[in-house]
Structures are given as C-alpha cells and as structure tokens.
Design a protein around this ligand. Structure first.
Ligand SMILES: Cc1cc2nc3c(=O)[nH]c(=O)nc-3n(C[C@H](O)[C@H](O)[C@H](O)COP(=O)(O)OP(=O)(O)OC[C@H]3O[C@@H](n4cnc5c(N)ncnc54)[C@H](O)[C@@H]3O)c2cc1C
Length: 122
C-alpha cells in the first residue's frame, strides 16, 4: 500500500501499522512542502464551501457521510495530539464573524443546515 500526502505521515501509518501493514511514504518534494506545511492551523467544523452546496451537489445522504468524515477527522486529530503529546498550542473553539448582513444570513443558514446533520455545537 502506498499513499502520497504529507498529512498521511501522521494519520495513515497508525491505522495501517495497527493492522499489520508495511507503510511506505512517497513524497515528490519534501515533507511538509504541500498545504499541510503551510496552512492556517485552524480546526473548524464543516467545509470551506457551504454545506448547502455540498448537499445540492451530492444529495443529503452523501453529504451527511462527508460531514461525518470531517467530524471524525477532527476527533482523530485531537486524539493524535493527546496520544503523542504533540506540543502545538492547541486551542479548541473558533469564531465566525459577520461583517455584512449577507454574512450573518450565511452563518444562520449554516447553523440551521448543520442542525439537520445532528450538529448543535454552534
Ligand atoms: C494557505 C492555506 C491555508 C489553509 N488553512 C487551513 C486551515 O486553517 N485549516 C484546515 O483544516 N485546512 C486548511 N487548509 C487546507 C489543508 O491544509 C489541506 O486540505 C491539507 O493540508 C491537505 O493535505 P494533504 O495531505 O491532502 O495534501 P498536502 O499537504 O498538500 O500534501 C500533498 C503532498 O503530496 C506531494 N505530492 C504531490 N504529487 C506527488 C507525486 N506525484 N508523487 C509524490 N508526492 C507527491 C506534495 O509534494 C505534497 O507534499 C489550508 C490550505 C492552504 C493552502
């Protein structure tokens, strides 16, 4: 099995090794060169696009599975940080701010939509 991705370094090996697989990391540049090495480090619920758009494109059932996957990714991240005592100045929580009435409407839509997915943390 091979996986190409910097994020795979931390996530995939554990699951594969636990299952007794040999892990090979293929990196075309240098580790951390991609988006994983230069992102904002924010652990935010949901997707960069609106959940309503995701739902329109792939239907409620599929969108719900994607939502669940994203939530599992967050939980895995927190678990890895705790398990390996990673000193990364972890802070839980984030702020959605609205500078225009349109932004406020978008946030309210996001809250209503995510509630349909069983998420009530906003
Ligand atoms: C500026 C910026 C800010 C972001 N901020 C956030 C944030 O705050 N929170 C958040 O959750 N997400 C954020 N993201 C998104 C997040 O960083 C990415 O979704 C995530 O890092 C993708 O991880 P990855 O392992 O799939 O890809 P990458 O980390 O990009 O890794 C892909 C790796 O594959 C290698 N590669 C490519 N092609 C080949 C090949 N043919 N052979 C071998 N190796 C190859 C590349 O060299 C690279 O190292 C941000 C992204 C950017 C760009």
């Amino acid at each position: 099995m091979s996986v190409s991705s910097a994020a795979a370094i931390r996530v995939c090996p554990w699951r594969c090794i636990w299952r007794g697989c040999t892990v090979v990391l293929l990196e075309g540049c240098r580790v951390g060169w991609g988006a994983s090495g230069r992102n904002g480090g924010q652990i935010v619920t949901g997707f960069s696009g609106a959940l309503t758009c995701v739902e329109r494109r792939c239907g409620f059932d599929h969108a719900r599975r994607l939502w669940k996957l994203a939530e599992e990714a967050k939980a895995l991240l927190f678990a890895l940080i705790e398990r390996h005592h990673i000193a990364c100045d972890l802070r839980r929580g984030y702020l959605f701010a609205a500078c225009k009435p349109r932004h406020l409407r978008e946030i309210q839509t996001m809250m209503r939509t995510s509630a349909r997915y069983g998420y009530n943390m906003f």
